[in-house]
Design a protein around this ligand. Sequence first.
Ligand SMILES: [Zn+2]
Length: 275
Amino acid sequence: MIIDGHSHMFTKSMFGKLPPNIPERFKKMQEHTVEDNTKAWISAMDRLGIEKTVFMSTSRLNKDFIEFIGSSDRLVGFAKMNPTASDAIKVLKEEIEAGMKGVKLYASEGEFDVGSKDAYPFYKHCEENQIPITIHFGVTIGFSSDLRTGNPLLISKALKDFPELKFTIAHFGAGFFREVLMLRYKQPNLSVDTSGTNNWLAHQDSNLTLKDVFRKSIEVFTTEGLIYGSDTTIFPDGYRDHILKQQTDILKELDLSKADQEKIMYGNAKRIFGI
Ligand SMILES: [Zn+2]
């Protein structure tokens, strides 16, 4: 079985804030109802042997997103949060009440500093209530990214101050691969997700391939510290089968045992996210 630990679902109601010059693909993403999304997702998951998918919300307490997550226990939701906001814990409680199982922080959007002491009460609450946090650092959110707040080193101190809180960095750090590897030094509460095209590789000063990235991550994080993800938005192009294939092929080429492959594709998400 497979768990996809990082994907997205969009309806029109989630696109309120986007600028008019967004790519055509993004416009097409929003032309479907919650019901269309549920049907398309469950059918893709059945076809590919995916037991559960984790969806990273892109807006706060969104009615469509909550309805989507509530439509099947195979669809798991993470709430988009600003951990430094004065009402962050209150909003998170409402999100959890509405069915969310974790938190997504878009550090690269420039709205907050994930290392700020203002975020500490929020982290404390997440630690005490075993609510996992996935963070997007680095490039790849294109039109809204601000790399000044997108450096994973910003979380370095909080990682140590909340040793029981489970942090996952999306897309291997999306360009900050070296920083992510360093962060893992004696920090077992940190993992990475493998999601997306990993097109950040084109902006590195080395010629790393995705296979090199997997190999090095496994060396540093062990096979317990990687979570498979595809970063699919089911409309307009369907599930990203090519990413699933690319990543399962890499795991085979790296000569991992079946048990280790299974951890990355399934078991780690189940354990780390508690789903
Ligand atoms: Zn994503």
